[in-house]
Ligand binder design. Structure first.
Ligand SMILES: Nc1ncnc2c1ncn2[C@@H]1O[C@H](COP(=O)(O)OP(=O)(O)O)[C@@H](O)[C@H]1O
Ligand SMILES: [Mg+2]
Length: 288
């Protein structure tokens, strides 16, 4: 499918203040609804610096309950940096500094006293390249619940492993080979194993950073189907370079450009009638 096919060419774009290149680089105002009722995550004035480099500028955005929000924008615009804020993965990068408030159930996860180990169970992450542990399929899923003390014994742990693999849509494919290494699975199966591993520790939010970019179309379709099911229980933030994927899986879309959050809205609105000129230029393939 052609990228431009999401856009009705009859839609006339009104020029929007601040969309020109001459605008101050401090921060461009976000267009659209950054807030939702009863957010799972609320970001207030989030800034990230790598040394002197100001990578993302004053981001304000909510992630709703049971929603999939797609983060789109050209390479280097700050999508991964923003995603990593949500489970404090930027803490692991030397020279990286995060400012601002990220609230989950009213608590600022950036507060010094917050223990990042349970936080990263609450906000799990799935990466571009499937990265199963060099352990058996069973152990890949059992590892998290064990270290977080979520199982009351062997039978309970087995139950968690089975349920997580079922929820990740992988159970029937692996039930007879649980002791085989996770790395022996196909790429798409490995990615679903990583999703099972994330689910096993009962997250509230699942972050996915281009989870299908290393997968073939059939494996991609399986992950997308799975995301639609997972949404019933979790909130999902997905970074994707595929406009088609964003349109297929997400309810809301956030468009980033050069570290600014330019526009947020219902996915259909973003793809059919974007408000900001830059959003239109990006989704019609004029840059990116
Ligand atoms: N570990 C890092 N150290 C220094 N700069 C980084 C690091 N990670 C990302 N950046 C910079 O921050 C900006 C945003 O990057 P990133 O979040 O990876 O963008 P995206 O995921 O949208 O491609 C880019 O200019 C990138 O070069
Ligand atoms: Mg990235």
């Amino acid at each position: 499918m052609n990228k431009t096919s999401f856009v009705d060419s009859s839609v006339k774009m009104a020029p929007v203040a601040g969309s020109t290149a001459t605008v101050s680089r401090d921060k461009r105002e976000t267009v659209g609804d950054i807030r939702v009722d009863h957010p799972r995550v609320r970001c207030n004035n989030v800034n990230v610096y790598y040394g002197d480099k100001h990578a993302i500028h004053n981001i304000n955005l909510d992630v709703g309950n049971n929603e999939i929000i797609a983060l789109i924008g050209p390479s280097g615009c700050g999508k991964t940096t923003f995603l990593r804020c949500l489970n404090r993965m930027n803490d692991t990068i030397k020279g990286c500094r995060v400012e601002g408030e990220i609230l989950m159930e009213g608590q600022n996860i950036n507060a010094r006293e917050v223990d990042v180990v349970p936080l990263r169970a609450r906000v799990g992450m799935v990466f571009q390249k499937p990265n199963p542990f060099p352990k058996s399929i069973f152990e890949n899923v059992a590892f998290g619940p064990r270290i977080h003390g979520l199982a009351q014994g062997k039978a309970d742990l087995e139950e968690i492993v089975v349920t997580s693999l079922q929820k990740a849509g992988l159970w029937t494919e692996v039930k007879d080979r649980l002791e085989e290494p996770g790395t022996g699975l196909s790429g798409g199966q490995q990615q679903r194993l990583c999703i099972a591993r994330t689910i096993a520790v009962q997250p509230e939010v699942i972050l996915m950073d281009e989870p299908c970019s290393a997968l073939d179309p059939i494996a991609t379709a399986k992950i997308e189907e799975l995301m639609a099911e997972l949404r019933e229980q979790y909130s999902i933030c997905i970074v994707t370079h595929s406009m088609q994927q964003a349109a297929r899986v997400s309810q809301r879309t956030a468009f980033f450009h050069l570290g600014d959050l330019i526009e947020v809205g219902e996915t259909e609105q973003i793809f059919v009638a974007p408000t900001h000129q830059l959003t239109e230029d990006y989704i019609t393939g004029r840059f990116g």
